[in-house]
Design a binder for this molecule. Sequence first.
Ligand code: CA
Length: 223
Amino acid sequence: MRILLVEDHLPLAESVAQALRGAGLTVDVLHDGVAAEHALATEDYALAVLDVGLPRRDGFEVLAHLRGRGKTLPVLMLTARGEVKDRVHGLNLGADDYLAKPFELTELEARVKALLRRSVLGGEQQQRCGALVYDLGTQRFTLDEQPLTLTSREQAVLQALIARPGRVMSKEQLADQVFGLDEEASPDAIEIYIHRLRKKLEGAAVRIVTFRGLGYLLEAVSE
Ligand code: CA
């Protein structure tokens, strides 16, 4: 899953991004409100972590603008310690959660996962397609109850597919989920990941189906 982190304190942004990447997420990092607003308008994010005090446009304005456009993705605000009015203001503008600085990375990670579980997984801890199961708590896939070893790119592709059961995902949509803003998004590379994933799923009761010119779909194979 791809998320956006907007934080102008660079060392903090880096450590938060690292923690969230370690949890299996694709993370874009931006440092000001105007760039954040642009990215939120053009990219497809599952969640945003938004600092309140940002250069050029503050986090409240970015949030208000986002909700004004009808976007419902979960937003976690980072507020200064003890600023109760900031928290209330953020929640009134449509933030889903907030965390006061300084915070523990493990708490941020837990809250991000909880928000994703609610929004993307409809409250479920696990997603399942035939013999394949994705657990949001451990951020791991299992196949026939055995851990499935995947590279981070393969995992991102498989996550995108299992999150949309029965729906065809185009190469471009998959590339959007797999590559961050600072990477060259290559739809053709998706073919390679799909090829490798098929090998890893071989013989199991789940498969990736190709729809020529349209994209891919994950489906259970009935025995
Ligand atoms: Ca700040």
